[in-house]
Design a protein around this ligand. Structure first.
Ligand code: SAH
Length: 274
């Protein structure tokens, strides 16, 4: 039996400026959108980079950390070119590819590593995790997850819609808590409604649903707590900056002193008194 690899995938200590002589590529999850939510390691990596690559939205979110680093901006939809540029830069420089939330959750980790693999490049790559939208949204809503959950992106740009439908169908049949990403874009306005109709086939109408827009982005944050039966009343409110958490049949709305939030009991009530 092969021995487990202890060396790879261990986070390095944060780089010092002198590390810039040696090439390395960091793929950094920058969290939900405010610098306070970055991990300490992510922040240090960004501060010590030679080059930072990203789209306008992500670069704007970390603007206060950009001083002497060179910046390579590209637009949304140009992820492949950006990934190619990043692996090239990392031959001789410390390059940081920023990705919103976590880079493994519909983020840049995949395409960057695929490009490096396909071109047989010997690049030192480290993926730095970040707080993903599902967890940022959950923190705003109270305790809506706490047990088994599935994340499903409603973007059919890279995944065929039939596959998305199947995942929605089976995840709701199994009563997973479902976190929806990419509910809408300018071109795709009906996917959210279609997804809810599929989930309604299996989950009861009383299941709580949390909609969180701009989670953990300061004053821009807004949220709505509703139910699966009523969520389409808020269809127009949902946009591409919204994370959605559709709970399970045990979840309930928590009448908190600060408004309605959500609790999903994990099962302690069956074993303990409190
Ligand atoms: N890698 C990112 C997700 C990219 S997909 C992550 O880990 O969070 C983009 C989708 O994520 C958006 O359409 C939205 O559904 C969700 N999202 C990202 N940041 C968000 C935030 N701060 N608040 C609410 N939803 C967010």
């Amino acid at each position: 039996m092969p021995l487990p690899n202890k060396e790879q995938n261990q986070p390095s200590s944060s780089p010092s400026p002198s590390a810039s002589k040696k090439g390395k590529l960091y793929i950094v999850g920058i969290g939900p959108g405010s610098v306070e939510q970055l991990t300490v390691h992510a922040k240090n990596v960004i501060l010590n980079a030679d080059y930072i690559l990203g789209n306008d939205t992500y670069l704007d979110q970390i603007e206060s950390l950009i001083t002497t680093q060179n910046v390579y901006r590209s637009s949304m939809g140009q992820e492949v070119d950006r990934a190619k540029e990043a692996v090239k830069m990392a031959e001789n420089h410390v390059a940081v590819m920023v990705s919103g939330g976590d880079a493994n959750v519909y983020g840049m980790a995949g395409i960057v590593i695929e490009v490096a693999e396909r071109n047989h490049l010997d690049v030192d790559i480290e993926v730095v995790p970040g707080v993903t939208a599902m967890l940022a949204g959950a923190s705003v809503l109270g305790a809506p997850i706490v047990t088994d959950a599935a994340t499903i992106s409603l973007s059919d740009l890279l995944t065929p819609w039939e596959v998305i439908e199947k995942r929605l169908d089976l995840a709701s049949q199994a009563d997973f808590i479902i976190s929806l990403y990419n509910p809408k874009s300018r071109q795709r306005t009906s996917n959210f409604e279609r997804a809810i109709e599929i989930i309604k086939r299996h989950k009861p109408a009383h299941v709580p649903v949390g909609l969180v827009k701009n989670a953990l982005r300061g004053d821009e944050q807004e949220f709505i707590v509703t139910t699966l039966g009523d969520v389409l009343n808020y269809n127009d409110w949902v946009d591409m900056r919204t994370a959605i958490i559709i709970c399970n049949s045990d979840s309930r709305i928590w009448k908190s002193p600060h408004g309605d939030k959500i609790i999903t009991p994990r099962g302690y009530q069956k074993k303990y008194e409190y």
